[in-house]
Design a binder for this molecule. Structure first.
Ligand SMILES: Nc1nc2c(c(=O)[nH]1)N[C@H]1C(S)=C(S)[C@@H](COP(=O)(O)O)O[C@H]1N2
Ligand SMILES: [Mo]
Length: 358
């Protein structure tokens, strides 16, 4: 056998690749909603499995390269395999590049956005590829003793490479490129309003005039209430990190009103389990009521009144949650029995129904 003995048999390798890719997609998606230090395992697994994947992909390519070159499989099948190769290598390369502190701009996207897009693109291409190349796994593919040894060694390799990468990128890190466990890089901490602005798709409301703005509390409440801007004296302060899934974070002292204080005034009924925060644009997110009580409705950041771009007059500060959950331009709070699952759609399509601003 000419092949290096450590390498798994073709079918074992292919199914292992499939499982590792699936785990990468799963941990990648999970990482977008993970924000607590206890969630670090999600990011570590994504990194370790990513390095493991580079070895699996290298083995796979060595095996199929002659076939790709001679196109024995037919033009379309070969083109699809070549595309899958390119997209997979692109996802791996952008992931590693970002982890080392690198970045670039591609139209509106940074390296992390491109990494996420390529990673998601692997899914449909792999599904098409599998339609042609599916081989039912056999028990023998996974029960040989040396397989446990191979997988053990592969994972150790992945973990060690990840350790080395972490240490190296810490050494290389240029100023402003220090990363959190989420992979995000520091931007504009403790500098008041001077941190990045991030809004999705079409969320671009006209500045809100506080004279005509009210905050309404509705739903499972004994006392539905509404407040004017002047009713909201910023008497609470929370230090929290805004950590955006596009790869930056910013730490600030936020001033405003604890959600718990407002809820006490409106007396939630016993049925109230979730609190949904709604933007003037239709954008919304909900938190379990216990967590929501400790969240802050911020009017100020580091002592400065929030500017329009950051959600004035009122934005949610939800410690331990990712940036996309920190709703800006809040006008309504709804107490609910159940979580609002439609919020997953609302964050993508909000703003489209708004009258465009001049
Ligand atoms: N209404 C509304 N709230 C929003 C968004 C949005 O597009 N619309 N973007 C979210 C995202 S993705 C992030 S990271 C933060 C960014 O807040 P900033 O623009 O103040 O930095 O706001 C969140 N709140
Ligand atoms: Mo974000």
């Amino acid at each position: 056998m000419a092949r290096f003995r450590f390498e798994p048999t073709p079918r074992t390798l292919d199914w292992t690749l499939f499982v590792v890719v699936a785990l990468e997609v799963a941990t990648g998606l999970l990482s977008l909603v993970a924000g607590e230090p206890a969630d670090a395992i999600v990011f570590v697994s994504h990194g370790v499995l990513g390095f493991t994947l580079t070895v699996l992909v290298a083995w796979k390519l060595r095996r199929v390269a002659p076939r790709l070159r001679t196109r024995v499989a037919g033009r379309w099948t070969t083109a699809l395999s070549a595309l899958l190769t390119a997209v997979t290598l692109g996802a791996l390369a952008t992931g590693v590049f970002w982890a080392f502190g690198g970045d670039f701009r591609f139209l509106l996207w940074n390296a992390l956005n491109v990494h996420i897009a390529l990673g998601l693109l692997v899914v449909p291409i792999l599904a098409l590829h599998l339609r042609r190349h599916y081989h039912t796994p056999q028990p023998a593919d996974f029960t040989q003793r040396r397989i446990a040894l191979q997988y053990g060694t592969l994972l150790v390799f992945g973990a060690l490479t990840w350790r080395v990468q972490q240490a190296t990128s810490r050494l290389l890190a240029l100023p402003g490129a220090t990363r959190r466990f989420t992979g995000s890089k520091e931007r504009g901490s403790d500098a008041g309003n001077a941190f990045p602005l991030t809004s999705w798709v079409a969320d671009d409301p006209a500045p809100i005039d506080v004279e005509h703005w009210t905050l309404t509390l509705t739903g499972e409440l004994a006392q539905p209430r509404s407040f004017n801007y002047d009713d909201l004296t910023p008497e609470d302060e929370t230090r929290a990190i805004l950590d955006c899934t596009s790869g930056w974070y910013s730490a600030h002292d936020w001033q405003g009103i604890a959600v718990g204080s407002l809820l006490d005034l409106a007396e939630p009924t016993p049925a109230a389990r979730w609190v949904s925060f709604r933007s003037v644009t239709g954008y919304r997110w909900s938190l379990p009521i216990e967590e929501a009580r400790d969240a802050l409705l911020a009017t100020h950041v580091d002592g400065e009144a929030l500017v329009h771009g950051h959600g004035a007059p009122l934005r949610l500060v939800a410690p331990g949650r990712r940036g996309f959950q920190w709703v800006k331009w809040i006008t309504a709070i709804e107490l609910r029995e159940r979580r609002d699952v439609s919020e997953w759609l609302a964050i993508f399509v909000s703003g489209f129904s708004e009258t465009p601003r001049e």
